[in-house]
Design a protein around this ligand. Structure first.
Ligand SMILES: *Cc1c(COP(=O)(O)O)cnc(C)c1O
Length: 359
């Protein structure tokens, strides 16, 4: 039976990926040298397509890592001497906090309950921190941080760096890359690709910062220190043998998204999100977990299910629709529906009509 994955990651593949994998095999992409011309072309081509899609300024760096979790570690290792600040309202923002803590720096966290957003004007913000870390879209709870809030935070604390996790909101969320120092995501969510590739976008000034941090730290990591990475980046290479197949596929999907246009993708995402949340008005068994609409994610909808989520998840699974369960403590109480570019309006509509028929 044909299955459609509405899980928040790994998720449904972008519709053309199947064809590109076959094409890559026919072209022997998995066997080519990662130091040769063909690879240089794939690497620089993928970065060019991505930069065009997401309007990333020319001078910004785009580093391919193994995952978003790796990006968290590299950011802290390379840029923080003593203090980081974390806004935590779910499992992934807490992961960033934990990664930083295990690197033996002073981490501070500002925590609000799961399902709630941050009111930055009311929170007591400590003064000394070198970097503030935000999870723009908290995949575990479906809470998002409006970008305006992050820009105004930055105006208030112009000396600190900003690190932004956009794993489950890219490429939907509109980021002004000229304003944010470090932005990262992995590709198995909103880019509809197999897992195993992280993308880290750095403002040029970040490299200078890493160089000055170097003088004050015993280690910034090894092969993926920003300094070492940059040496290879300038040759269109990575220090290690990277996930060549996925870099190839990433370039192809970005190219397809460019053909469609990010504006069209964004408009469609909003329309699909409205339809998904409309469920909660049609049937009072479903309620949005995030009460305040301003913080409600459009790319990962988290719904409380009266009476529990197990049955409905199984029912949908039998029909070929794989929907996410709640995260951790909410596993049996909620469903999470991903709304990524690879989820067509038709597929969302058939999922929703099944959900409504269930009751
Ligand atoms: C999935 C996810 C991550 C972790 O991504 P990996 O590729 O597994 O490292 C981090 N942050 C958010 C918000 C996520 O949704």
């Amino acid at each position: 039976m044909k299955k459609i994955f509405f899980t928040p990651g790994p998720s449904q593949l972008y519709p053309t990926v199947n064809r590109y994998i076959k094409e890559a095999l026919a072209l022997n992409i998995p066997s080519i040298s990662h130091r040769g011309d063909k690879f240089h072309e794939i690497y620089s081509g993928a970065i060019a397509q991505f930069k065009k899609l997401y309007r990333v300024p020319k001078g910004h760096y785009v580093f391919f890592l193994s995952s978003a979790t790796e990006a968290m570690e590299r950011i802290i290792e390379n840029l923080v001497i003593k203090d980081s600040l974390h806004f935590v309202n779910g499992s992934f923002s807490n992961l960033f906090y934990k990664v930083a803590t295990s690197l033996s720096i002073n981490t501070k966290k500002i925590e609000v309950p799961m399902g709630e957003g941050f009111d930055f004007n009311k929170l007591k913000i400590p003064i000394n921190f070198e970097i503030a870390c935000f999870t723009q879209n908290e995949t575990s709870t479906g809470v998002m941080i409006p970008m305006e809030d992050i820009y105004s935070f930055q105006k208030r604390f112009p000396k600190s760096l900003i690190a932004l996790d956009i794993v489950s909101s890219a490429p939907f969320v509109n980021v002004d890359f000229s304003l944010i120092d470090c932005v990262f995501f992995s590709v198995q969510k909103g880019f509809g690709l197999p897992a195993g590739l992280g993308v880290l976008i750095l403002k040029p000034n970040v490299i200078n910062r890493a160089m000055s941090v170097k003088k004050k730290k015993t280690s910034q990591g090894s092969y993926h220190s920003f300094e070492n990475y940059l040496k290879y980046y300038e040759k269109n290479e990575t220090p290690e043998t990277p996930n060549v197949l996925n870099i190839y596929l990433f370039g192809k999907v970005c190219q397809d998204m460019n053909k469609k246009g990010l504006n069209a993708i964004r408009k469609e995402t909003i329309i699909k999100a409205r339809k998904i949340y409309y469920l909660t008005q049609k049937n009072n068994k479903f309620t949005p977990f995030v009460k305040e609409e301003r913080f409600r994610s459009l790319t990962v909808a988290v719904l409380n299910i009266a009476g529990g989520s197990k049955q409905i998840l199984n029912y949908l699974k039998e029909k070929g629709y794989i929907v996410g369960s709640g995260y951790k403590d909410f596993k049996d109480k909620q469903i999470r529906i991903a709304n990524f570019p690879q989820h067509s309006l038709e597929d969302v509509e058939s999922l929703l009509s099944l959900v409504l028929r269930y009751n």
